[in-house]
Design a protein around this ligand. Structure first.
Ligand code: SF4
Length: 326
């Protein structure tokens, strides 16, 4: 029996930090079970960053290197850059003929981001920004993907994609599956200062961080403000370090929590243990990265991924054109 197909993508916005890690780990975990297409969605980066002169080609290479370091295996999945597979653009165009504007305007992230980025002085009242969920639907449906590994914030976009597939099938005959969301279980991690984790706030830990960098960022983590002396009883539920421990020290979490509440462990020692736990996860990524960094290995992965993706997307486009009568 042939494997089910999944598609997912990520914008090339800079090096991965550990806040993104669960997404890529979720991708890697699916590569044996599914036929996977993973794309660096560079056109999407332009929908919000068209004025920023982003070095997209460079960033696409570096994010691919990050994915390979975390464990995506090019023998098992197709890794490629979205703009190298032009079929996505034609599908987007064809879908735009029958997608009501009201569907795009009611996508919850549209108004939220418009306001949020508007406050930062960005005018995003552009067609590309309004239409990006439709481009995302074209990305997914180009492979007739049946599932999409996503974070919870992306669920409205998957529902939107399902509506597009339904409308196409209703108008032109059954061609597209209605993809399901595969939501990762790992909760979102905050930055070391408790705000949203972002490279621009300097509150993240890069997946390439050295042991010294991990230790330095871990020392910055906001802890329970009620703890003044190291034997004061702590409240791990308000501590950023504890949120990280829940993921990186899952096997010791009950003990760590009890020690904190009873004031048996100081924050410095607790954070030192956390830094070591994070490093145990990141160390193999650094090793794998050293392998993939050599020569033109990344370029070859992208070229092979692109070839497979283009063949699959071209087949879908042929069927789409035929169904429409083109
Ligand atoms: S002991 Fe650990 S969990 Fe408790 S407040 Fe300090 S850093 Fe946080």
């Amino acid at each position: 029996m042939s494997k089910k197909i999944i598609f997912s993508g990520m914008r090339p916005t800079g090096s991965l930090h550990i806040g993104h890690l669960s997404v890529v780990q979720n991708w890697a975990a699916r590569q044996d079970e599914y036929e996977c297409y993973y794309a660096v969605v560079d056109w999407h980066a332009l929908t919000t960053g068209f004025e920023d002169k982003i070095p997209l080609r460079e960033l696409a290479r570096s994010i691919t290197l990050d994915w390979l370091s975390v464990g995506l295996d090019p023998e098992k999945c197709s890794i490629f850059v979205q703009s190298a597979v032009k079929e996505h653009a034609e599908l987007h165009l064809l879908f735009s003929m029958f997608t009501p504007l009201s569907w795009l305007e009611r996508v919850p992230t549209y108004k939220d981001q418009l306001q949020q980025l508007g406050r930062d002085g960005k005018d995003l009242r552009m067609y590309g920004f309004l239409g990006y969920p439709l481009l995302q639907a074209a990305d997914i449906l180009a492979y007739r993907a049946e599932a999409v590994p996503v974070g919870e914030d992306q669920l409205p976009h998957i529902e939107f994609c399902r509506e597009v597939a339904r409308r196409f099938n209703h108008l032109y005959g059954p061609l597209f599956p209605e993809p399901q969301a595969l939501v990762g279980k790992t909760p979102l991690l905050p930055g070391v200062d408790g705000r949203k984790m972002s490279k621009s706030y300097n509150n993240s830990i890069a997946i390439t961080a050295s042991p010294a960098e991990i230790a330095a960022q871990t020392r910055q983590m906001v802890t329970d403000p009620a703890r003044v002396r190291k034997d004061d009883p702590g409240h791990p539920e308000v501590c950023v370090a504890h949120k990280f421990h829940k993921i990186y020290s899952a096997d010791r979490i009950t003990e760590l929590e009890a020690d904190c509440r009873a004031g048996r462990v100081g924050c410095a020692v607790c954070k030192k243990e956390l830094a070591a736990a994070i490093d145990r996860v990141l160390a193999p990524y650094r090793e794998r990265r050293a392998y993939w960094e050599e020569g033109d290995r990344v370029e070859r992965v992208l070229a092979a991924g692109q070839e497979k993706a283009r063949a699959a997307a071209a087949e879908t486009l042929r069927a789409t054109r035929a169904a429409i009568g083109l």
